[in-house]
Design a protein around this ligand. Sequence first.
Ligand code: PXP
Length: 247
Amino acid sequence: MASRLRLGVNIDHVATVRNARGGALPDPVRAAMMAEQAGADGITAHLREDRRHIRDADVGAIMAAITIPLNFEMAATPEMQAIALSHRPHAACIVPERREERTTEGGLEVAANANWMGDYIAPLREAGCRVSLFIAADPAQIAAAARIGAPVIELHTGAYCDFHAEGDFTARDAELARLITGAKQAADLGLEVHMGHGLSYDNVAPIAAIPEVVELNIGHFLIGEAVFVGLPTAIAQMRAQMDAARG
Ligand code: PXP
């Protein structure tokens, strides 16, 4: 049996609901603590440039409240680098960001910006953050991530999930094959492989079954499901599905 998969719970959308009314509730810090109690192996939070969900003060508050690692998602900007260096989260996941997108739509362009990206991540690595690059399962991007010394990549599962939801199973299976091949390529290059984006009970099993994957980061579905069943139950059910797929 492959080793147990880690589950990182992304609590951004608790903050989205909070921000809808401009007050303090629901509190993403409470969600992070509850996720830890429910068996999450890590908490993921994305401080976007426009602060549409997580805000600056949330980062330190979450880190102070949890004992599991924080995976801090950030755009490759000087501002975010300074914030990450001031908090030194366990992990810093670099993601592409455009203001007009609803969510993180594509992967990072590492191959064409390798020198710049290598310089950008160096201080984060020196500060002890485990740097992860959020990329598509593209052989050139994976090779570039290894070349610039990133220890971790997170492969974008969004297209796989979208094709699944649309019922385009031919395209979904092609995308799954790309993720499987990409995970193997990355592991052979010595990279730790994570995956995430768009995962739900419906589509998680084939991803969880990929033996090279060590961590899944899941947010939107779990927070939505928590409205109906509560966060601990949603996390426990996801955990059970991941473990079943792994076994
Ligand atoms: N991983 C990364 C790098 C992300 O940017 C996101 C979305 O913030 C996720 C995982 C979680 O995606 P979702 O909210 O669709 O589960």
